[in-house]
Ligand binder design. Sequence first.
Ligand code: 2DT
Ligand code: MG
Length: 211
Amino acid sequence: AITMAARRGKLIVFEGCDRSGKSTQCAMLTDRLRKDGHKVEQLKFPDRTTSIGIMINNYLANKEDQSDEVIHLLFSANRWEQMQKMSKLLLGGTHLVIDRYAYSGIAYSAAKGMDLHWCRQPDVGLIKPDRVIYMTLTGDKASERADFGGERYEKKEFQAKVEKVFEQLHDPTYWQVVNGDGSINEVHEDVFKIVSEVISTDCGPLNKLWT
Ligand code: 2DT
Ligand code: MG
């Protein structure tokens, strides 16, 4: 029998539009798992702390321009630069809870009108998540929440386009939709139920995305 210690960590990714509650839920989930005695780390993409991440931050803050292709590739490179560390942690039994991943990469670029197939290629071969939790909000809930900041992409019309691409990317074999309309605690309980099941399942070796 596989012991808990021999079992690899699980890769849990949160996706969704801005203000859907991803960051809050990532933090609550990480805390809960840690309190329950699991080894767990929280990551987010873009990771703005690396050299590539600083370029991305400048782009998002409208301090620097990049062509659509270049910024797309930088977002992807910003994931690739974490793969070694992520693989080591997962194989060592640490669960990873990640705020955004390749799906945001595709959704935000394709929402600008870029070719979806082209956008997918740079992320082919990344570690495949064991579960994607796709957070949605009903109707105008997002605009009732705190105002958008002034970053690029933080516009209602653009977010609607992003949502359309996320719906195209939705893969029911490993995605689960969580409606974020409820209270933070209600949503957390929905998330926790999904993740508890993933954690107690043997998902086999690490898989590669879209290969
Ligand atoms: P945060 O608000 O979550 O920091 O994201 N984005 C993100 C992309 O365009 N491509 C990507 O690959 C990723 C991970 C989504 C900042 C913005 O960056 C967008 C919102
Ligand atoms: Mg943001």
